[in-house]
Design a protein around this ligand. Sequence first.
Ligand SMILES: O=c1ccn([C@@H]2O[C@H](COP(=O)(O)O)[C@@H](O)[C@H]2O)c(=O)[nH]1
Length: 270
Amino acid sequence: MRFLDQVRAAVRKNNSLVCVGLDPLPEKFPAHIQELDQSVFEFNKYIIDATHDLVCAYKPQAAHYHARGAEDQLLMTIEYIKDNYPDIPVILDSKRGDIGSTADQYAKEAFERYGADAVTINPYMGIDTVEPFTRYEDKGTILLCRTSNPGAGAIQNLKIGDQFLYEVIAETAMKDWNSNNNIMLVVGATNPDELKRIREITGDMTFLVPGLGAQGGDVEATVKSGLNSAGEGIIVNSSRGIIYAGNDENFAEAARAAAIELRDQVNQYR
Ligand SMILES: O=c1ccn([C@@H]2O[C@H](COP(=O)(O)O)[C@@H](O)[C@H]2O)c(=O)[nH]1
């Protein structure tokens, strides 16, 4: 099934636009998990088991695995989701971007080595660096457009003629690069005005929207600015706000409660 169809099916099955980010920081794990051999995978397993019926996607962030040599546990995590909850797509957040021959390898890494359903990439180097990803027609390619971090505006809101850079990216992605209809955009929840503008530019395109929870984005403004004409079109990510909602032996229940709260807040404004 194509990534966008997977997302749509999961949104409808679980009545949820929430994506749980799997950003493991072992020092934040409860003590009894820290002691385990494969603590990253074990932690993720608890979080996934506790939230699988509340989400439309999972998003492991690659640096959190690479930084501690835990690539094997990233793979185990993705395989665990696929084996146990095959209806829930996995977005590998690795923000890759390089010349075509290297991008070929990054695409192979994301889609063939890890078996991700979608990957985040940096569009800064142009179409020849994006095509190695979009060539995988059933997979999703999610381009950074207007990111959630405080410094983003200094670059992404630069004027190019009469447009902002993020508007150029959104328009180019939609009009010129999306011939396989598998491109999506990352648009931060911390900037609802830009989110609204990007929605105007791109019609019903799907966005990955990080920035709620730990980064303080406003749920109401995000949902009202981001929804498409079907009342969908946003994959709302929260990582730390959900997976570190508790830090004792009840951490998985705390994550579940946080995911329910976010799902319900989002649905309130749909
Ligand atoms: O613009 C962006 C793009 C990606 N991210 C990633 O999303 C999560 C957010 O984590 P929280 O704990 O919910 O803040 C993290 O993996 C980022 O690398 C982003 O925040 N903003």
